[in-house]
Write a protein that binds this ligand. Structure first.
Ligand code: 7GP
Length: 821
């Protein structure tokens, strides 16, 4: 094998053009004259893949033959975003692409835009997985991302004429998808159902049905590392295309039922985020991809071996469980080792224990998956037996350690009785080596609250890895102007693979020339966004206002309600003449958020925001002073456009509820200032950028706990805040009295009822503090140089939040491996 080098930047534009021409001709069958931007996109993608193949093969060869352990990142979601620009950047082909497009007479933007964004994830967890596989490849750690190639990703969001969210299916495979290679020759059989019988003193699973798992491989090029990893997403296929007997007896539809049922498994992504589903199909999805991936890893690392020595498995690969969704992998590996390879229980347990680790991404107890034992028994009877045995062993172990009986009872993985169930987070914690939270505060709360019983017995299992984001996509691609300015300021672009180098910008915060340039970059980004929003949504946005953004999933704990109530309060003050609009900093407020289709209060909040926007944007009283826009279908593309244009971002979750957040990192790294609570990674961002460069407000986590203890949500204490605060009262009254529903008082009654009687996430309790911090924000914004200086310091001090650093932490604290030599 040849020596590994950074991708050939020696490829000339001319050569790259020729490759694209070849692809157009031989795979697309069109001449460059006939070609559309969509054709050129497909041909360019194929040319990029071709260019990466050697490094991809070399990486796989080195992975299998070297002594560096690989990482298997098991995740039900990979929210990748569009691929072309990123692949070009990481492959070192950006300039060649620009040259080729010139030569072929195409606009680079049109070609990049021709790609359909795959939405194979819901939010933070899925996007984090995508950032992590970028960083793994960029650092040169051999890795597989393992997941599902859903035919339908997260739904497309539209708003109807009443401002309600409408979900339409996202069939992202409408056109040719040039990145994935379907490898029918590396398929796996995944069994389901049936029963377990005793044969020659052994438990033998007799499954009732099986699906064929076919991998689709995506190359994951590292940035300047010369390494290319694999994202392997599985598709479910039927072994029986067609039942001829049934067809002859009855009709076509009945004859394809088995096919439809099998293929349903990878049909659609569950659109839930931070909420459990508890659906049979969901468990089928989980087992489907995890079983296929485990067998695939054994195939890869023990090629052609009939009797592999699987006691070496933990030296070959370490599986990271991305939340509880892949946790069925623990009993699956036990089953594979015992039933398929003949290992005894203890050996199998020791291998399994060393091979898995678990990352938790939530603080909401209801989001920790619990499966009915009956369902597991029905779909995976052998696994249920194994889980019960793991539970018995666990309880005996706890007893031997002298753990009190009531604590042991609380810690059960398998709960007996009528509603017997399996707690996947507990199974993951016991079954793997390490458990980590995703920000310091989150990891502390996991240890001290959510998994307290476990951390008291197994303190060494618990660790933290604070999330990160890839600077390639979220700085370099999203914000090319700022990237150029950073490179100019630092005199090198090496910061893109060593983000702590941004610290070199600190002295430039005191250089008025640099700060001015920085402010000019932000203004240009705002102008760009206004043009983008006009094109895409028809919005008329004034780029000379403060851009104030809240983009994330719609969830009560994230408190979009707090933001919209504050907007309403300001609007009311303008209307009543209490505030002279000319004294306000002109502001444009942006929301972007999808609500889970069955999440009623979240959907009401969306409707409210849309109608507040409608009323305010049409009211001459606030013209030029306050506007609200809600671009629909928030996705990665919108994030890449809006984040670099934002002045102020909102991270206002109730303290103790947001595990980390990653949007907060993207904003800080793009020179937005944050208004936020002491929650998730906000805590660490503020620590790094400096308290004076962060707008902090609201209760802390201990204050929140104390207020719960007083009965905030159970005794209806929120009403006291409403009665006490005239501004809050007025805002809520306006929602109730029909101001945003054409006079109809019923439209938002459930939302209002919840605020006044429960308000579990304490929106009302934090309202005053949130309004008060606005004065400070406005005063700061009135001094553009001061604001820009603070923004520079946010960028300069946020290098820690690179996903490269997160991966380094995983390597050191959990995976105990490193880059390929
Ligand atoms: C999210 C967390 O809500 C967010 O705080 C965190 O930054 C992100 O994961 C990445 O760690 N969680 C999810 O997206 C999710 O679906 C399932 O959690 C329990």
């Amino acid at each position: 094998m040849t020596e590994i080098t950074a991708p050939k930047s020696s490829l000339t534009s001319g050569e790259f053009t020729d490759e694209i021409r070849e692809q157009l001709k031989y795979t697309q069958g069109v001449t460059p004259e006939q070609a559309t931007a969509a054709d050129v996109y497909v041909a360019t993608a194929a040319a990029v893949r071709r260019h990466l193949v050697d490094s991809w093969m070399k990486t796989q060869h080195d992975m299998v033959n070297g002594d560096t352990k690989a990482v298997g990142y098991l995740s039900a979601e990979f929210l990748m975003g569009k691929q072309l620009e990123n692949a070009l950047l990481n492959a070192g082909l950006t300039e060649q692409f620009e040259g080729a497009m010139k030569e072929l007479g195409f606009d680079t933007k049109d070609v990049i835009d021709a790609e359909y964004e795959p939405g194979l994830g819901n939010g933070g967890l899925g996007r984090l997985a995508a950032c992590y596989i970028d960083s793994l490849a960029s650092i040169g750690v051999p890795a597989f991302g393992y997941g599902i190639r859903y035919q339908y990703g997260i739904f497309k969001q539209e708003f109807d004429e009443n401002g309600k969210q409408i979900e339409t299916p996202d069939y992202w495979l409408v056109n040719e998808e040039p990145w994935g290679h379907v490898d029918y020759n590396r398929d796996q059989r995944v069994n389901f159902g049936g029963e377990v019988v005793e044969e020659n003193g052994k438990r033998v699973w007799k499954p009732a049905w099986a699906v064929r798992a076919v991998p689709c491989d995506y190359m994951v090029p590292g940035y300047k590392s010369g390494r290319v990893n694999t994202l392997r997403l599985w598709t479910a296929k039927s072994y029986d295309e067609f039942d001829l007997l049934t067809f002859n007896k009855s009709d076509y539809l009945d004859a394809v039922i088995p096919k439809v049922e099998a293929e349903n498994i990878s049909k659609i992504l569950y659109p839930e985020d931070s909420t459990p589903q508890g659906k049979k199909l969901r468990l089928e999805q989980q087992y489907f991809f995890v079983s296929a991936s485990i067998h695939d890893a054994i195939r890869v690392f023990y090629p052609g071996e009939k009797n592999p020595d699987l006691t070496t498995l933990p030296n070959k690969i370490v599986f990271q469980l991305n939340d509880t969704h892949p946790v069925i992998g623990i009993p699956e590996l036990m089953r594979v080792l015992i039933d398929e390879y003949g290992y005894d229980w203890d050996t199998a347990w020791s291998i399994t224990n060393k091979t898995f680790n678990y990352t938790c991404h939530t603080l909401l107890p209801e989001a920790l998956e619990v499966w009915p034992a009956s369902l597991i028994g029905e779909l995976l009877p052998r696994h249920l037996e194994i889980i019960k045995k793991i539970n018995e062993q666990f309880m005996a172990e706890l007893k031997a350690k002298g753990v009190a009986d009531d604590q042991i009872e609380r810690m059960r993985i398998y709960t007996d009785g009528k509603d017997a169930s399996v707690r996947m987070a507990y199974l993951a914690t016991y079954g793997g080596s390490y458990v980590n939270g995703v920000a310091e505060l989150h990891s502390e709360l996991l240890k001290d609250v959510t998994l307290k019983d476990f951390s008291s017995v197994y303190p060494d299992k618990f660790t933290n890895v604070t999330n990160g984001v890839t600077p390639r996509r979220f700085i370099k691609l999203a914000n090319p102007r700022m990237s150029d300015l950073i490179t100019e300021g630092l005199g090198t672009d090496a910061w893109l693979s060593d983000l702590e180098q941004l610290k070199g910008l600190i002295p430039l915060a005191d250089d008025p020339e640099f700060v001015k340039k920085f402010a000019a970059v932000k203004q240009a980004n705002k102008n760009d966004f206004a043009a983008f929003a006009k094109r895409k949504y028809g919005f008329d946005i004034d780029p000379n206002t403060m851009f104030n953004t809240m983009i994330k999933r719609l969830h009560e704990y994230k408190r979009q309600a707090l933001k919209i109530l504050a907007v309403i309060a300001t609007y009311a003050d303008i209307k009543s003449g209490k505030v002279d609009p000319d004294t306000l900093v002109p502001r444009t407020v942006f929301f972007g958020a999808k609500a889970a289709p069955g999440y009623y209060l979240a959907k009401q909040t969306i409707q409210l925001i849309n109608n507040v926007a409608r009323v305010i944007n049409n009211d001459p009283a606030t013209k030029g002073k306050l506007h609200v826009y809600f671009p629909w279908n928030y996705n990665i593309e919108l994030a890449q456009n809006l984040i670099p244009a934002t002045d102020l971002d909102e991270q206002i979750s109730q303290a103790g509820k947001e595990a980390s957040g990653t949007g907060n990192m993207k904003f800080a790294l793009n020179g937005a200032l944050t208004v936020g609570t002491l929650d998730g990674a906000n805590v660490e961002i503020r620590e790094r950028v400096g308290a004076e460069n962060f707008f902090l407000f609201g209760m802390t986590e201990p204050e929140v706990s104390a207020l719960y203890a007083k009965g905030y949500d159970t005794k209806g204490l929120s009403r006291e805040y409403y009665e006490k605060d005239p501004q809050l009262k007025q805002a809520i009254d306006m929602v109730a009295d029909g101001t945003f529903s054409d006079g109809d008082k019923d439209t938002y009654k459930d939302l209002v009822n919840d605020w006044l009687n429960k308000d579990y996430f304490m929106t009302l309790a934090d309202f005053r503090a949130y309004m008060d911090i606005q004065a400070e924000i406005e005063e700061t914004y009135r001094d553009p140089m001061k604001w820009a200086r603070m923004a520079v310091l946010n960028v300069a001090n946020s290098g820690y939040f690179s996903s490269d650093r997160s991966i380094e932490d995983y390597l050191e604290r959990i995976w105990h491996t490193g880059a390929l030599k």
